[in-house]
Ligand binder design. Structure first.
Ligand SMILES: Nc1nc2c(c(=O)[nH]1)N[C@H]1C(S)=C(S)[C@@H](COP(=O)(O)OP(=O)(O)OC[C@H]3O[C@@H](n4cnc5c(=O)[nH]c(N)nc54)[C@H](O)[C@@H]3O)O[C@H]1N2
Ligand SMILES: Nc1nc2c(c(=O)[nH]1)N[C@H]1C(S)=C(S)[C@@H](COP(=O)(O)OP(=O)(O)OC[C@H]3O[C@@H](n4cnc5c(=O)[nH]c(N)nc54)[C@H](O)[C@@H]3O)O[C@H]1N2
Ligand code: SF4
Ligand SMILES: [Mo]
Length: 667
């Protein structure tokens, strides 16, 4: 490659914005990367994290070669080996495991480090290979499943508003979402709405940077959002502002749900949510009088025992107000459900049905029946609940652990074999956003460094080395992309690989502005289903406030990391200022804590250390510490997930990262 060229790509990270980027390549080296100014959602900007992507890709601690463990498990000591040696050792071990214990003894543990449809989690890259071996299935439920199921109950799909239509909303509820940190491109559309007179309310137990910028912040008690939804609707009914025509024509179960709303007076809801009754009434009045109202909720709000019920209740609101009639009305959680790519993992290759292992139950699931853990696009030692128990399981001598990685993460330390993985500028992929309505193409910009291989190349080589003959295991990346686009769904009409490669991104074939559900809901009756039974399911932390661990810990997204990705980037690590825990002045006083002090945050499950920040940003009784730090880079060698219990939410077996009791004490 001579001279300078511009290569279009897409951000692969687990973020709703899936940005379009432009890489400048000079003499075969990537010398610049910026947000694509032509992309309607990216609008020329990346983010504080990905602005450092090229620096990260060229970092001295990139893993460049296959490695074999030489020290004891967990020591992180490895020797370099060749790809042939690695493939040979893996082949022998996998064959022996399949022969002796059956394919289900293999757990292919896929994370969200890459959301590509070819290389990453969205297409479950590698699954065809696992199906040939008969490996266990992996339920990727760590992020969004409780909310997905809650929304499904109401609307028949987790999909909802096109986030671009928030520009047309007159009332915007940022409900359990930290827009300016976890998907900031939406903010431009919110600013457009504001310029046209919209009012913006943030509902969050923490006064986040998003809450700071909103017109109003309601510091709700964690896990009580469904109750707030009912209280707001109570005021809507008092005002007679329900859309009776919409309810009659497009919904079901209204009479039962109406009774449930009437049981939730603002006074009662104030007691549950910890919000002043007057604030609930005032927001209820606004909701009653403002069309269209757009609700933005993302995944944070559902990391609770009642997380599914929360989304089920929130999504009932536009059914009562009739907001789905209008562009800018409704609820937006994820747009994934609007993406109708043909993900073909070839389930027919499985010789017999296999069990499913659950991602959020790694410690529990890693029992004697699992003989091989194969981790890719994931860093469970940092990201998954009950960290200490996960570590104990990873220390098992009879567990063969393979990790495909870019960096020597906490999880890599426990591997038997490490395989070097490409980064996004080095491989080809097809992406869709979960916070917008576009498909994006990622063209490789540079050659991989060292001996890094993409996910698909790794599995193709391994299949060949093992002598597997199933032809679909050897499909090229371009063939895989063509298969993905072949679903025949009208939203993909006219979208081809050639066009994507030429244009870089294409909007799905849907109207602009896109208003979903105008033709009815994807439920059996075609109607929105109001919740049956109790609409509010209390959080775990509503249960025993006077126990030995009286504080509720919330562990949200860090501004400078993407989950644990970038947790080793020196500059981003410096900006994060180490693990910190926000404590309300009242709670600090009760414990005689001083600002900046090193504290231990603990419960019966485990403990981590952090620097205390005494702040009114958290309500009394709530403490907060962000996710994403690495164990081995943290004081005390543990992170927030040492105190997060392995416990399920009410729906979809979702995780409960924001619903744990702790106590805080000086170190
Ligand atoms: N910078 C950055 N961006 C990210 C990520 C990251 O790690 N860093 N992670 C990415 C991923 S994987 C995801 S899934 C998304 C998640 O993005 P978000 O949905 O924004 O996830 P969180 O930060 O967990 O939670 C959002 C907000 O919800 C609040 N919250 C917690 N519990 C409750 C509750 O019970 N009720 C209400 N009303 N609010 C509550 C938290 O205080 C937090 O401010 O972001 C993605 N973007
Ligand atoms: N306490 C707490 N914990 C949480 C959360 C929370 O809110 N609070 N949120 C949860 C959520 S929403 C999520 S989605 C999970 C995410 O948890 P994980 O899925 O474990 O994601 P990451 O921690 O980002 O780790 C991803 C790893 O994949 C690697 N990677 C990236 N691209 C590739 C690739 O193409 N190939 C290979 N082989 N590797 C690649 C990166 O280097 C990185 O180490 O964390 C969860 N953990
Ligand atoms: S992490 Fe999100 S905001 Fe940052 S570049 Fe990627 S998609 Fe864009
Ligand atoms: Mo996530």
């Amino acid at each position: 490659m001579q001279g300078e060229l511009r290569v279009l790509g897409a951000c692969p990270l687990d973020c709703p914005d899936t940005c379009s980027w432009v890489v400048t390549v000079k003499d075969g080296r990537a010398v610049g990367m910026r947000g694509n100014p032509d992309h309607p959602y990216t609008r020329g900007a990346l983010c504080v994290k990905v602005n450092r992507y090229l620096e990260h890709a060229g970092a001295a601690d990139r893993i460049l070669y296959p490695m074999r463990r030489v020290g004891p498990k967990g020591s992180g000591r490895f020797e370099r080996i060749s790809w042939d040696e690695a493939l040979e050792e893996i082949s022998v071990r996998l064959r022996a495991i399949v022969d002796e214990h059956g394919g289900e003894a293999i757990w292919p543990y896929v994370g969200t480090g890459n959301l590509g449809y070819v290389q990453g989690a969205e297409g479950i890259a590698g699954r065809r290979f696992w199906n040939v071996l008969g490996a266990s299935r992996h339920f990727l439920n760590i992020c969004s499943t409780a909310g997905n199921v809650g929304l499904y109950h109401t609307n028949g799909t987790p999909a909802g508003m096109d986030p671009e239509t928030f520009a047309l909303s007159k009332l915007i509820l940022l409900w359990g979402t930290n827009t300016l940190t976890s998907g900031h491109h939406l903010w431009k559309f919110i600013q457009d709405a504001r310029a046209a007179g919209a009012y913006v309310v943030a509902i969050d137990p923490i006064r986040t940077r998003t809450a700071e910028q909103a017109d109003q912040h309601l510091p709700i008690r964690p896990g009580t959002d469904a109750a707030l939804a009912l209280g707001l609707l109570h005021v809507v009914l008092e005002e007679g502002a329900e859309d009776r025509d919409y309810i009659a024509r497009h919904t079901e179960n209204w009479e039962e749900f109406r009774e449930e709303i009437l049981r939730h007076t603002p006074e009662r809801v104030a007691g549950i949510t910890g919000l002043p009754e007057a604030d609930i009434r005032a927001l209820g009045l606004r909701l009653a009088r403002t069309r269209p109202t757009g609700i933005r909720a993302t995944m944070g709000i559902q990391r609770h025992a009642g997380g599914g019920a929360a989304l089920r209740a929130l999504s009932a609101i536009p059914g009562v107000t009739g907001d789905w009639r209008h562009p800018g009305g409704g609820i937006a959680y994820s747009t994934s459900g609007h993406v109708n790519l043909n993900v073909d993992t070839r389930e027919d290759l499985l010789a017999k049905p296999v069990r499913t292992l659950v991602m959020t139950r790694l410690a529990e699931g890693l029992d004697e029946s699992v003989k091989c853990l194969w981790v890719y696009m994931a860093n469970p030692m940092a990201s998954t609940s009950d960290q200490n128990r996960v570590r104990d399981r990873l220390l098992r001598e009879d567990l063969f652990t393979v990790v495909m990685e870019q960096f020597a993460t906490d999880t890599v330390d426990y591997a038997d074999i490490v395989l070097p993985a490409t980064m996004q500028i080095e491989h080809m992929d097809l992406h869709a956003g979960y916070g917008h309505m576009y498909l994006l193409w990622n063209e490789p910009a540079v050659e991989p460094p060292g001996e890094c291989l993409s996910t698909t190349q790794t599995f193709r080589r391994l299949a060949r080395h093992m002598g597997l003959t199933e032809p679909s295991l050897f499909d090229s990346d371009l063939e895989l992309a063509e298969q993905l686009l072949s679903s025949g769904h009208p939203s993909l009409n006219g979208i081809t690989v050639d066009r994507l490669r030429k244009e870089g991104w294409v909007r799905l074939n849907v109207a602009q502005p896109f208003v979903p559900f105008t033709e009815g809901f994807p439920t059996p009756s075609g109607r929105l289903r109001f919740p049956k039974g109790p609409a509010y399911v209390p959080p775990h932390t509503a249960s025993a406030p006077d126990g030995p661990y009286p504080l509720t810990l919330v562990t949200p997204a860090a501004h400078t990391f993407l989950n644990s990705t970038f947790g080793n980037n020196p500059e981003l690590l410096r900006r994060a200022k180490g693990p910190r825990v926000l404590v309300n002045p009242q709670d600090a006083l009760d414990r005689e804590l001083t600002d900046g002090q090193r504290v231990r945050v603990f419960n019966a499950t485990g403990a981590f250390e952090a620097e205390v920040e005494i702040s009114r940003k958290v309500r009394p009784g709530v403490v907060a510490s962000t996710k994403g730090h690495w164990r081995k880079l943290s004081p005390g060698g543990a992170t927030v997930n040492a105190v997060v219990e392995e416990r399920d939410a009410d729906m979809g077996r979702g995780a409960v990262y924001h619903d744990n009791f702790v106590e805080v004490t000086p170190v």
